[in-house]
Write a protein that binds this ligand. Structure first.
Ligand SMILES: NC(=O)c1ccc[n+]([C@@H]2O[C@H](COP(=O)([O-])OP(=O)(O)OC[C@H]3O[C@@H](n4cnc5c(N)ncnc54)[C@H](O)[C@@H]3O)[C@@H](O)[C@H]2O)c1
Length: 256
């Protein structure tokens, strides 16, 4: 019960159905519930998100699903209001929604660039901005932003993704400094290559799979649960003296 009585909002968390491949948001929602939290799953995949919330409730969890396009300020205001209406407080925000366009710079369109920056960087900014007043009302909180190893080192495949994840990395540190005195902690996680609904198709191609394994010293791809365990630590009071930090979970990739 490491999150007893805490309320958490997770973005990009529709893939949370037991028995199906989960994303980081989905696997994290299950761990949060196991540890006593009430969870608000959000995404733009409404049918899947609603089904996920139903399956969580069937297991006895207090869970709801809300539509939240992280690039929309209106959606954010609605989601935070709805969270407070449903559960009365907000303690944990997991800014996790993501997209990816693996192309070379010359093939990267302005639309791809803008949407990568919008979902990742603007999404984390809007979420943080909207959640902070609700956290302050409850005496503090913890925000975990999903960056990537590609927010630390260059990506061989995805320029806009890497730029957006780098933005999240330093935005996290600045926000951490601004709210440290208010008991609002802000940290980033930096996953390496992991199989999720976002990556499953691309990562299962034999050449891509070989390239990823060659780059990963531990010789296996990550799972959503590998990442969720780190998010749980950052969400819990066990990390109570951590803010502005980077938690790398990558099978050794960035140690090279
Ligand atoms: N899988 C990896 O190897 C890996 C590695 C490093 C970082 N990440 C990051 O982890 C996060 C979660 O990805 P995942 O791999 O668990 O896959 P996932 O498919 O479970 O998560 C991505 C989710 O984001 C949602 N989403 C996309 N655009 C959105 C928007 N505008 N508003 C709200 N939701 C939106 C998608 O519908 C999807 O459910 C992403 O930020 C991703 O970039 C993934």
């Amino acid at each position: 019960m490491r999150l007893k009585n805490k309320v958490a909002l997770l973005t990009g968390a529709a893939a949370a159905i037991k028995g199906e491949l989960m994303g980081f948001g989905g696997a994290t929602a299950h761990l949060f519930v196991r540890e006593g939290a009430k969870v608000v799953l959000t995404d733009i995949l409404d049918e899947m998100g609603e089904r996920a919330a139903v399956t969580l409730r069937e297991q006895g969890a207090e869970a709801i699903y809300l539509h939240l396009d992280v690039t929309s300020k209106t959606d954010w205001v609605h989601a935070i209001d709805a969270t407070l209406d449903a559960f009365g407080r907000l303690d944990i925000l997991f800014n996790n929604a993501g997209i990816s366009y693996p192309v070379k710079v010359e093939d990267l369109t302005e639309e791809m660039w803008d949407s990568e920056l919008a979902v990742h960087a603007k999404g984390a900014y809007l979420g943080t901005k909207t959640a902070i007043p609700a956290m302050r009302q409850g005496g503090g909180g913890t925000i975990i932003n999903t960056s990537s190893v590609m927010g630390i080192v260059g990506s061989p495949t995805s320029p806009a993704y890497s730029a957006a994840k780098g933005a999240i990395r330093t935005f996290t540190k600045t926000t951490a400094l601004q709210y440290a005195k208010e008991n609002i902690r802000v940290n980033s996680i930096h996953p390496g290559y992991a199989t999720t609904p976002l990556t499953q198709e691309r990562f299962s191609s034999p050449e891509v799979n070989k390239m990823l394994l060659d780059r990963t010293p531990m010789g296996r791809l990550g799972t959503a649960e590998d990442i969720a365990n780190g998010v749980l630590f950052l969400a819990s009071d066990e990390s109570s003296w951590m803010t502005g930090a980077e938690l790398v979970i990558d099978g050794g990739m960035t140690a090279q």
